[in-house]
Design a protein around this ligand. Structure first.
Ligand SMILES: [Zn+2]
Length: 410
């Protein structure tokens, strides 16, 4: 049998089938044509021996920011994508209905990475992050008909709607914007992804009490919608300042609402440990990588990455198979592409990530400047994107490439 690329290895992991172990993957053109333990004799144009590495479906980073120049915190899409080990990235709300066409034409269509968008509930998108939030993200800047229009215009690109449940917006206009986003999401048949944790300027006279913020979001969201930043330390976030798991967390899980990591600036080891101990796992794992807000096109301060988040969660006690499932198959389901990506199943698109698992001792910080010492780290050695073998440049992987202190094989 002929194929273009044959991958052999001793640790292939496919969450959909539950396969874990020694095996091979044959690729012809842009498709996986064989996968499993069987050692069929292939006549391959190219062979990649991955002994000692981890082979999994192409990683999907469900939360990045990649609208360079139009927002002041966008990263180059391929640096956040294939060059960080992710074959698919989902931009969360950088573009709104009036700017998403430009995001597709000028960024996504030129990237090697598969780039998708959760379009911001407001018309313009996130532009300057939370800046001018009370103007740009207000109900006056939200139009249901425009959200539905772009969802219909770009069905394979716009995969959901990004909205917020945080103290600033709630203090000014309650849940109006979130409710408008939900009307659009119902009409367009799309999931919603909701930011948590104070972001927009707060009207102190009408500041909601911190614990009611999550309750309000949970009461409105539907099964299959996602609450972001599940292990964040923000006082009005999902755990907030509570010592025990808030009842609204269990209510959300009962309702079929998902939690995403959205690592970002506010991730807390302490909260992650407490929630993991209570069995509150993220449904999906994403990085929320973005550039600096203080000047256009400056990512020199970025000190976290998807592989860094996976490395941290592994060290905090999550099982490797759980971590892989939540960066591949679960994320593919969330954007309704599980028949195409997020799995090694025969017939799927040949999007695959190959990770080095390095042993040593490294200290990694979280968003609260707390530190964690890990004894193994995950680094993308190869990605296969649409059948093409690519060596990631790892430019944005400084958290795992250059941690605070190194020992071992550094
Ligand atoms: Zn974000």
């Amino acid at each position: 049998m002929d194929c273009d690329l044959l991958i052999t290895g001793d640790l292939l992991i496919d969450p959909l089938s539950g396969f874990k172990g020694h095996g091979q993957i044959a690729i012809s053109g842009k498709r996986i044509v064989a996968f499993g333990a069987a050692s069929t004799q292939w006549n391959a144009r190219q062979v990649l021996d991955t002994t000692g590495q981890i082979v999994c479906p192409g990683l999907i980073d469900l939360h990045v920011h990649a609208y360079e120049w139009v927002t002041n915190f966008g990263l180059p899409a391929d640096d956040a994508g294939i060059h960080s080990g992710a074959t698919t990235i989902v931009d969360q709300g950088s573009a709104g209905a009036w700017t998403v066409g430009g995001f597709k034409a000028h960024i996504a269509d030129h990237a090697k990475t598969d780039v998708r968008s959760f379009v911001s509930a407001n018309l313009a998108g996130a532009l300057q992050g939370g800046m001018e939030g009370t103007t740009l993200h207000s109900p006056d800047m939200t139009r249901v008909d425009e959200l539905v229009r772009v969802a219909n215009e770009y069905p394979s690109f716009v995969k959901g709607i990004k909205s917020h449940a945080e103290s600033g917006g709630l203090s000014h206009w309650g849940t109006t914007v979130l409710e408008m986003a939900l009307v659009a999401a119902n009409q367009a048949d799309l999931p919603i992804y909701v930011h948590t944790g104070e972001l927009f300027p707060v009207n102190e006279a009408t500041r909601p009490s911190a614990e009611t913020v999550l309750q309000k979001a949970v009461s409105l969201l539907r099964p299959g919608d996602t609450l972001a930043h599940v292990y964040s330390a923000m006082p009005d976030g999902i755990m907030g300042q509570s010592q025990s798991i808030p009842p609204a967390v269990f209510e959300a899980l009962d309702k079929g609402i998902h939690f995403d990591i959205g690592y970002g600036l506010n991730f807390s080891y302490a909260i992650a440990s407490r929630m993991l101990e209570a069995g509150i796992l993220p449904h999906t794992i994403s990085s929320d990588v973005h550039a600096d807000f203080n000047g256009y096109h400056d990512d020199s301060k970025l000190d976290y990455s998807l592989c860094g988040v996976m490395t941290r969660l592994w060290s905090l006690g999550m099982a490797l198979e759980d971590i892989i499932a939540r960066t591949t198959y679960h994320s593919a389901q969330l954007i309704r592409e599980e028949n195409e990506i997020g799995t090694l199943a025969v017939g799927s698109r040949a999007d695959i990530t190959i990770l080095d698992c390095e042993q040593g001792s490294w200290t990694l910080s979280d968003g609260q400047a707390e530190t964690l010492t890990v004894d193994q780290r995950l680094i993308p050695a190869w990605v296969i994107r649409d059948g093409e073998l690519i060596e990631p440049n790892q430019r944005l992987l400084r958290d795992v490439r250059h941690p605070l202190s190194t020992a071992g094989d550094g």
